[in-house]
Design a binder for this molecule. Structure first.
Ligand code: ADP
Ligand code: MG
Length: 375
């Protein structure tokens, strides 16, 4: 006999199969949680449960809101729920609200707490029929994910710092040439040369080249923004090429761009540029001899597909399922965060990242797919 078997303690009686079965029945036949148990759950849950009517006004808020967001439920009742959502997040949230009964969706939302600070929360929302009144209501469960967001942001920041550090060497090299030519022209001007206007034009072109490269490098080191707008694909690709061309030049690699249609994408420019930087940088690192990296886009089924095609050795089948995992790397100085970040950014844009092995030539193709807004 086990200690505690003859007590009413459910956990201890778990040793006996018979007792376990009988207590299971007891649980299943329980009509519902006693009220004070439900009240305890309502009070202590890590999640906030809310119910809104179809116009978005709160008709129920769980007690847990007081420790999660600092409001009392009574304070919130009757309020318009979007008034608590960050203005930058509102349009996106509206597009995710389920329209049909029984439909549900899950998304991240930035919500203002009682002290006025916006915090990131994950919410799952369903539109359900309230049988007594025969009207639909929205039922939401919302959880604070600040810690998760901060950890993600830290990973992105460290990857961005690592990328900018790795690119700096190539860029310093690239800037030395225009600097040398500028010095030459200044010397010529000092001697009182006559072709001043021609020299000035070349000098300004060289300075602009350096300006573009350094501003792209600074851009990579900056934290990522989160505001979506309509951006031309060619604009983003050309910025990324400016940044990565020096690295490609050092390895005698050609970056060949062929964009069909040149669509406008509704996206956060800094995030999507980060995706292309990570993928083209991987392509450069995969090629140890000279060759061509192709960046090609086409549109199919309202999606814009942008392929980064390299001539490297390809990815061995044995590791292909792991490459998007955080910290997976086969490189001596790799962080293993590049593809994970690409995947995360693309998911956040309702897009995807697929990987193919090139059939005829060696190498891999990384395909970025994003919804096209307009042509
Ligand atoms: P890192 O570049 O720091 O290693 P990534 O997440 O960018 O991290 O890539 C993870 C791994 O995926 C790489 O270490 C490499 O093994 C593989 N990989 C990524 N891109 C390519 C590519 N174009 N060709 C071959 N292998 C690749
Ligand atoms: Mg990488």
């Amino acid at each position: 006999m086990f200690a505690g078997e003859d007590t009413n303690n459910y956990f201890e009686s778990g040793h006996s199969e018979q007792k376990k079965a009988s207590s299971k029945i007891a649980r299943f036949t329980l009509p519902k949680l006693p009220d004070h148990f439900s009240a305890w759950v309502d009070q202590h849950s890590f999640d906030v449960v809310t119910v809104c009517d179809l116009s978005g006004h709160l008709v129920y808020v769980s007690q847990s809101v007081s420790h999660v967001l600092g409001y009392s439920p009574e304070q919130l009742l009757g309020d318009f729920v979007l008034d608590y959502v960050s203005p930058t997040n509102q349009t996106e949230i509206l597009s995710k609200i389920p329209i049909q009964t029984e439909a549900s969706s899950r998304f991240h939302v930035s919500i203002r707490n009682h002290s006025g600070k916006f915090i990131w929360m994950e919410t799952v929302i369903a539109r359900l029929l309230h049988k007594d009144t025969n009207v639909d209501l929205y039922l939401c469960i919302t959880r604070d994910i600040t810690d998760k967001k901060e950890a993600e942001e830290m990973m992105i920041r460290s990857e961005k710092m690592s990328v900018s550090g790795q690119l700096a060497a190539g860029i310093a090299h690239e800037i030395r040439n225009p600097l040398t030519s500028l010095k030459g022209f200044v010397r010529l001007l000092q001697t009182g040369s006559e072709k001043k206007e021609d020299y000035f034009k070349i000098m300004i072109d060289e300075i602009e080249k350096m300006e573009n490269i350094t501003s792209e490098l600074l851009f990579v080191a900056k934290p990522m923004t989160d505001d979506k707008a309509n951006v031309r694909l060619s604009e983003m690709i050309s910025d990324v090429i400016t940044l990565l061309q020096p690295q490609a030049n050092m390895q005698a690699l050609e970056l060949q761009v062929k964009l069909e249609h040149n669509p406008v994408l509704y996206c956060d420019k800094s995030q999507i540029k980060q995706v292309f930087i990570n993928l083209i940088k991987n392509a450069i690192e995969a090629m140890d001899k000279s060759g061509v990296i192709r960046i090609e886009s086409h549109i199919a089924q309202e999606q814009c597909h942008i392929d980064i095609i390299d001539e490297g050795p390809g990815i061995p089948l044995s590791i292909i399922h792991k490459v998007k995992e955080p910290f997976f790397t086969t490189k001596k100085d790799g962080t293993g965060l590049g593809l994970m970040i690409c995947n995360q950014i693309l998911e956040h844009h309702n897009g995807s990242l697929s990987i193919f092995q090139n059939a005829e030539t060696s190498g891999s193709t990384f395909r970025v797919s994003l919804p096209v807004e307009l042509l």
